[in-house]
Ligand binder design. Structure first.
Ligand SMILES: [Zn+2]
Length: 201
């Protein structure tokens, strides 16, 4: 990997996993795969970002206030914590999304780091050319993060084996994958990523 790359782990939080309030089917199963990517990025000296959905109790995002979703990932709750088996590095940069009452927070690229800087800016400040995106969910936050990343001028690779979708409508995830690749995203698997890094030495 000659490019300066970063990994973005999207919304790997309890509420989106088994027993959460908005579980993505088989969401937990991607945790070990994500950990594999995290190891590779750490070893290569690349930055790891982790986005978190971080809602206030009252937000237009929740069905009871006119939005689409059941209550999930409320700031400071167990449901908003990262999955316990996710091995985020100690220096992982946490990016917060959806923390305002009128913000749905689908795109991690529009999220902010602890200093209030947009992720798009934080990536540019670190000289990042390419971002690798995995996590939950394929047809919402992963999709919006990928499309927004492309719009912001980054090269974007989707971690094909480390994403899962909600599929509110059957085929949503498949359509999301088509849209992402049509707009210019690449797709990779952990096996190919390992080979790529080995080749780059
Ligand atoms: Zn949300």
């Amino acid at each position: 990997m000659r490019e300066n790359s970063a990994l973005i782990v999207v919304d790997m939080q309890n509420d989106f996993c088994a027993n959460g309030s908005l579980p993505v089917k088989d969401g937990d199963t991607i945790v070990p795969v994500l950990n594999g990517y995290i190891e590779l990025f750490k070893a290569a000296g690349f930055l790891v970002f982790a986005t978190r959905d971080w809602h206030p109790e009252k937000t237009i995002h929740f069905a009871k206030y006119g939005g689409k979703w059941p209550v999930h990932c409320v700031q400071g709750t167990k449901g908003a914590e990262f999955h316990k088996d996710l091995n985020l590095p100690k220096d992982a940069r946490i990016i917060t999304t959806g923390d305002l009452p009128d913000d749905e927070g689908y795109s991690g690229i529009q999220g902010r780091d602890p200093s209030g800087r947009l992720l798009s800016q934080a990536l540019k400040d670190s000289g990042i050319d390419r971002v690798y995106v995995g996590g939950l969910a394929t047809d919402y936050c992963v999709k919006e993060t990928v499309l927004d990343g492309l719009r912001a001028g980054f090269k974007v690779t989707v971690l094909g084996d480390a994403i899962k979708g909600v599929d509110v409508k059957k085929g949503d995830s498949e359509r999301a994958m088509k849209e992402m690749t049509k707009k210019g995203a690449d797709v990779i698997t952990l096996k190919d990523m390992k080979a790529l890094i080995k080749k780059a030495g």
